[in-house]
Ligand binder design. Sequence first.
Ligand code: NAI
Length: 374
Amino acid sequence: MLQKSEPRALRPMRSASTLKLTDITARAEQSEAFDHHEQIWLGEDETRGLTAIVAIHDTALGPALGGTRIWPHATFDAALTDALRLSRGMTFKAAIAAVPFGGGKAVIKADARTDKTPAMLEAYAEMLAALNGQYFTGEDVGLTLADADFLRARTPNISGTTQGGSGNPSPVTAHGVFLGLKAAVSHALDKEDLGGLTVAVQGLGSVGWSLCEKLHEEGARLVVADLDRTRAKQARAAFDAQTVDPAGIVATDADVFAPCALGAVLSTETIPTLKAKIVAGAANNQLARHEDAAELKRRGVLYAPDYVINAGGLINVAAELDPDGYDRSRVMERVARIPDALSNIFARSDAENRPTNDIAQAIAEERIRGARPG
Ligand code: NAI
């Protein structure tokens, strides 16, 4: 179990500010999703319409890094649970990717389409600044590149902006997923190329599309699905892909299933229908429950843990915060290490007869413990 690091003091806010910051760590401890988080902050500003939770899970490896999600959760507790779970996931992702950051995540409880205003974002920028460099954030659902730029003009604690120069992280993420998928094929099927293999890709968004380009180039046969039928049709034309109904993509007859849409796609209901022997895709939180990885292993399916294979985006965003400045070639070198990290996890999973996600978590926890003083 991870131990807590000591939190730093808050930076004083302007006396005229209407933002109220409250440490709600004790309250968060009551949540089932609480897992030794270091600090949980609530930022409230009635005048400017902000209710924001910043969850700092672990800073042993560096300041917390994780996107800000704007979402109209039904209750405050639902927003808190989301922040707690997502920030914990970021700790493991950063540790495995070996970037000098810890895990954090913010949730603004609001509807991004109707409630997001410049005043709200102003108040949120004040909250970020007050956290005194303990938390760095970036885009997530509901927070756009333009919003990130707006925040960046008011606080340095934000990455993934146009000023940083790294642009859209999706092609970097897709490149890491492609290399990771090949490592999984090499391990499970003893094949070094994708020629003649069938890959079922769920979701043809920024990452899924870019992944399809690489898979097609490498000679893989593609079966694709997207809720957006136009996108699926475009993939049929561009990659000679077979399109299937979104409801049927998990059970498609394929060698590899690549989830690149939303989370919780692998569950007690879907796992028995899976025909592919490999799951390797970009989506975050692919497993409905952590234990589902054990069922995949029992069925002889090789699962590439999501936060290991999709770390390219994080590596890219972390590089923007590098004091020496963003360097694309260094980013790509780091992304090129993703297949080795996965191969190591696969080998340990076989040797210790444990699910791949247990191994990934153990490696991350070892690194975090190793970074703590004493
Ligand atoms: P996106 O929003 O551009 O694309 C998602 C696509 O999935 C959309 O085209 C949507 O219509 C489709 N979709 C949604 N539900 C579906 C379903 N049930 N069946 C079929 N298609 C469905 O998102 P993006 O950026 O491509 O990300 C994809 C996944 O990868 C997400 O889970 C994201 O959290 C994760 N990820 C993305 C990173 C990035 O750099 N963009 C980094 C790390 C993870």
